[in-house]
Design a protein around this ligand. Sequence first.
Ligand code: ZN
Ligand code: ZN
Ligand code: FE
Length: 763
Amino acid sequence: MANVLTRRRLRVTGTVQGVGYRPFVYRHALALGLAGYVLNDSAGVLIEVEGPVDRVVELTRRLVDDAPPLARVADVATEELHATGAEGFHIVHSDDTGSADVPISIDTATCADCLAEVDDTANRRFGYAFTNCTNCGPRYTIVRSVPYDRPATTMSAFTMCARCQAEYDDPLDRRFHAQPNACADCGPQLSWRPRATDTAVATGSGALEQALDAIVNGQIVAMKGIGGYHLVADATDERAIAELRRRKARDDKPFALMVASLADARTLCELDAAAEAALTSIRRPIVLAPRRPGAGVASGVAPGLPELGVMLPYSPLHHLLLTAARRPLVMTSGNLSDEPIAHDDDDAATRLGPMVDGLLQHDRPIHIRCDDSVVRSTPARLQVLRRSRGYAPERIGLPFTSTRQVLAVGAELKNTISVAKHDWVVPSHHIGDLEHLATYRSFLQAVDHLPRLYGVEPGLIAHDMHPEYLSSKWAADIDLPRLAVQHHHAHVAACMVEHGRVEAVLGIAYDGLGYGPDGSLWGGEMLIADLVTARRVAHLRPVRMPGGTAAIREPWRMGAVWSSLANGNDAALQRATIGGADATTARAVLDLAAHPSSPITTSAGRLFDAVAALLGGRQRVTYEAQAAIELEALARQIPRHQAPRYEGCVTVAACDDDARVLDPSGLVGALLVDLDGGVDRAVIAAGFHEAFGRATAMLAADLAAEHHLDTVAVTGGVFQNSLLSEIVGRQLGELGVDVLQHRTIPPNDGGISIGQAAIAAFS
Ligand code: ZN
Ligand code: ZN
Ligand code: FE
């Protein structure tokens, strides 16, 4: 029977265009001696294949199992046809290659084949910084419109030379229809511009040499990469790093590093198998991992922190630079302080020019700014904290099929937007904090670009309930139906999406601040939620934030509030002055803590700030969550089994709004007794994590049982704290509850648009 002739139509869907899928089918069909054709159409790839049944079956298997590296095959649908006696196999060129319904690939790290060419003195691409092929290279960041084709990318200005064109036209070549295909004769070129000069003084490898020379001599260089500009400096040069901090106006926030190889990364960080897999993956995120004792980088790279953020080269330019530099380099986003990363050449010259000693640029425009993604390696798991280059614009499956097309505009900080349709949602790259005008412009570009890229015509706009978020205000001005989604409901929904869940869960959402329907600032919430509604069943004890946002920048203010709740105003005043506040200010802050002008919050993030400040951590922060990050680092010094439990110090009370109240003021009191008794601060910090985490888990498990729910979703920016995540997750598990925790969707506000989109699409 094996040699019975058959003809089948195979419909392949998923990310199968612009990733070398047709030539892959062509090669395998030829090898199997099959007849037929393959083409791209608006739904993906369509194949008709004819030949002996067993070989057709084998081809069908290979379509999934042996797919090219960048392809993501969602489905292969098969239909039996009548054999026609056709001969030969062809790639059919459709006029409309691709459509708005076909996913654009992520930007992908240079493949091994391309790297080998770049390093081969005999190859025509030796030393060429923009080498790429069908299996690697820029995609999302260069796409201006769909269908994905060279004229629709920022490569449109470059005309391929005869040799590149021949590769592009040859179905058996690795560069068949590789849209960014280029070589030194026809493609983008490097240029080097020293400080305060208007024109480039070197191009090509000469430009690279001069930039390298500047870097190894302690200077700071702005370098244009895939998704934007980096500021680059020698990570082993203490003086250069201090100078970089001064010029960038960045006090303590850690800098990311790039090293040439995995072997180099291992000398800096403790890497487990998952961390190494992430580092070397085609996504090439920054991986945060524990720093090795004696790691060979300047102390100013990540002051006072036990982790380093490391990444490997992801473009030939990085590869050439790092190989020649023979040392780790700081690669931090090209911006001043918290501004968005520069990606436009003129903007970079204006904003970065004055901060650097030279600019290493190139003439391939970046259409979409895309920051490096960030993944944290912890003993329990790998957690994506920022989903951007290498992740955007990848589809995430929804656990239901929607009849709506939705645009979700996200939160205010760490903004992302998402579009949803059918059974998928696509989150954008990391857009950032909308309060900056340049970031807001980038948001405007994204809300225009992403729906077009994915053929989404929104019939509903989902936004945060907070009326003052710029994203909410933008939504209010659009003449379309809108859905306001409560912030923590969106967090829980994002966690549900990640786990393919539609049935109700008990959600724990701990974060900095989010707008509550009662007008207060929520952030320590337990909700019974599904993809339609959320009901608050518990929250942290409400307190005032003395002076509003000032209390975010100055954690000692929250410390004063909680110590006053534990031991009264006089003790709190005394403690605040010991902590460094002057008596008048401390008294004013305690007055504000009882004054209606200070907003009420149930934020868990603010509680962590308070405890960090009370334990002698910093009284003022220079970046978001700094105090909490340092508190976690302190607590990590103590093995879990040695941490005090502070059993019974966190209490639960019923409250008039029908929700349970988790009150940690007794715990704060107990911590302060130990602190005054001379107990090691690390031990107290560890005990705080244990006690607060366990109390959280126990209350959540109780509430879940009461409401006949078997699953608890754990979400919110506070759960970037991996120690707290571990304690809460493990304790819930021991209490027999199914636990949903984030891995690939950020627990922070970067995940909000995904949750909003899911809720709107489900409605
Ligand atoms: Zn390649
Ligand atoms: Zn060429
Ligand atoms: Fe949040």
